[in-house]
Structure formats: structure tokens, C-alpha cells
Design a protein around this ligand. Structure first.
Ligand SMILES: Nc1ncnc2c1ncn2[C@@H]1O[C@H](COP(=O)(O)OP(=O)(O)OP(=O)(O)O)[C@@H](O)[C@H]1O
Ligand SMILES: [Mg+2]
Length: 254
């Protein structure tokens, strides 16, 4: 097997006496979509926070392509290739959807400032941003400010920003939560496209079993912060830990 893109080794965080993530050791490979499941409070979001750098670990390590990234800030990790769905609080609320997205495309393209090419660059960036908006079906809302968007459209914009960034590791934490039945498939189709077309490493926290069954190459189960199961979907779904603890309970909740 190839070297993992992302690894956690004994990754742990304690909040007071509570161990929210408990010595989780796991490798994630290119081209693999891993669903992360477990009941409410199992530590899924906290595990993401440790990987993306939102909170410091109390033990263990996170490495990207074999390099320990513990010392890196959130933005350094983002630049290194760890793509957490954006918090919309990081955006410019009074700029339009298109302008916000163009800023991400621009930072990604990373070319030097050149006055003579600015005009053509501007239209190139606009086209690239519009193409991403079209993929998430937000083109009609391109001129709206972020604060004017509906909840579902804000979530779609988060996904659009991530796609524009195109990180090596995509991290989605319940990407369709709170979306309408019309909106959720747009986002899930995009995740399916990402998986099909690229060698990206995708981590997906998801409660909905039908979504997991459709998308996951592998499932890991967190329980009380610890890794309780890890394997291909059929094996993990049939495992005692999932059957006893979760089936018919949280995991089938919608
Ligand atoms: N900053 C924090 N300070 C103290 N406790 C925290 C903090 N963040 C999370 N926790 C606790 O850590 C545990 C894991 O929470 P986490 O949000 O990671 O669970 P989750 O698996 O994402 O749950 P859900 O399915 O509800 O989203 C919970 O007991 C939670 O209360
Ligand atoms: Mg969570």
C-alpha cells in the first residue's frame, strides 16, 4: 500500500478530566473516502478539530505526508493541504458570494502581482469562481452577500470554497445537516464527483447510513473518543460494535 497522506498517532485531547479523543491511531490514503461514525459526543468533530488545528492535542501526533504538523496553525495546515469546510465567519459578510469565492481562487492560484496581466487575470479568476458556483448550483446567488444567503445556500458555499481550494485532504463534518431534501443531493453528488475524479483523501463525518453506503470506501467508528472499529463498510456495518451500539439508534437517525 502507498504511504498515507494523513496519519494520526495516539491522538488525544482531554478537556478537564474528560478524554474527548482517546489515542486514535489511523492512516488515510489518497483516493479513499473514509466515513467517520459514532454516536453524539463520540469525538468526531473534536477529532477533526485536532487534525485541522482548531484545538491543540494533549498527546499524540498528526502528520501530513509523513511530516508532523503539530506546530502548524490552522492557516498553515490549510496551505499544506488540509481542507476543512470553511467557517463562514472567516468570510467577508459584505462582499458578494462571487467576490468571496474569487478571493479563494486567487489565493490558490498564487501567482505574483502583475499589473499588466491584471485585467485578464481578473476575468480568469471570475470564470473559475463562476464555474465552482455552477457546480454547487449557486450561480444565481453569485451577486448576493454571504449574509443574505439561506442556511442551505451558506452550506453549499462552504463546499464551493473547499472545492475552489482543492486541498489534498477534504474534511466534511455532516455537510448536509440542516439542508432541505432538494439541497442535500447537490452536495452529496459533489462529494461523489470529488471521489470519482481525483486522488483526494476525503474524510466524511456522517450519520445517515444511506449516504455512507453510497460513498464510503471505509468506515471508522469512534466511541467515547476511541477507535472502536475500522474497515470496509460491509465488515464494519456487520461488526458487533455497530450492530449492538448503533444500529437502529443514532446512525439511522436522519
Ligand atoms: N472545547 C470543548 N471543551 C470541553 N468539552 C468539549 C469541547 N469540545 C468538545 N467537547 C466534548 O467532547 C466530546 C466530544 O464532542 P464532539 O463534538 O467531538 O462529538 P461528536 O462526535 O462530533 O458529536 P455529534 O455527533 O453530536 O456532532 C463531548 O463530550 C463534548 O461535550
Ligand atoms: Mg460533531
Amino acid at each position: 500500500m502507498t504511504d498515507p497522506i494523513l496519519s494520526t498517532r495516539d491522538l488525544t485531547v482531554r478537556f478537564g478530566g474528560h478524554v474527548a479523543v482517546d489515542a486514535v491511531t489511523c492512516d488515510f490514503h489518497a483516493g479513499e473516502l473514509t466515513a467517520i461514525v459514532g454516536p453524539n459526543g463520540a469525538g468526531k468533530t473534536t477529532y477533526f478539530n485536532l487534525i485541522s488545528g482548531q484545538i491543540p492535542a494533549t498527546g499524540g501526533s498528526v502528520s501530513l505526508r509523513g511530516r508532523d504538523i503539530a506546530g502548524m496553525s490552522v492557516s498553515q495546515r490549510t496551505r499544506a493541504g488540509i481542507g476543512r469546510a470553511f467557517q463562514l465567519t472567516n468570510l467577508f459578510p459584505n462582499l458578494s458570494v462571487l467576490e468571496n469565492l474569487r478571493l479563494v481562487v486567487q489565493s490558490k492560484s498564487g501567482k505574483g502581482f502583475n499589473l499588466f496581466s491584471m485585467a485578464s487575470r481578473h476575468s480568469e479568476l471570475t470564470e473559475a469562481a463562476e464555474a465552482v458556483l455552477a457546480r454547487v448550483r449557486l450561480l444565481e446567488q453569485a451577486g448576493q452577500t454571504v449574509s443574505e444567503l439561506s442556511h442551505g445556500d451558506q452550506r453549499k458555499l462552504e463546499v464551493a470554497l473547499l472545492i475552489a481550494l482543492d486541498p489534498a485532504v477534504y474534511m466534511f463534518d455532516e455537510p448536509t445537516a440542516g439542508m432541505s431534501v432538494d439541497e442535500a443531493p447537490v452536495v452529496l453528488d459533489l462529494i461523489a464527483e470529488l471521489k470519482a475524479q481525483s486522488d483526494r483523501t476525503i474524510l466524511l463525518v456522517e450519520h445517515k447510513m444511506d449516504v455512507i453506503a453510497r460513498l464510503a470506501d471505509r468506515i471508522i467508528v469512534l466511541h467515547n473518543g476511541a477507535l472502536a472499529a475500522d474497515g470496509d463498510p460491509a465488515t464494519v456495518m456487520a461488526s458487533d460494535v455497530v450492530q449492538e451500539a448503533y444500529m437502529g439508534k443514532e446512525l439511522t437517525d436522519v
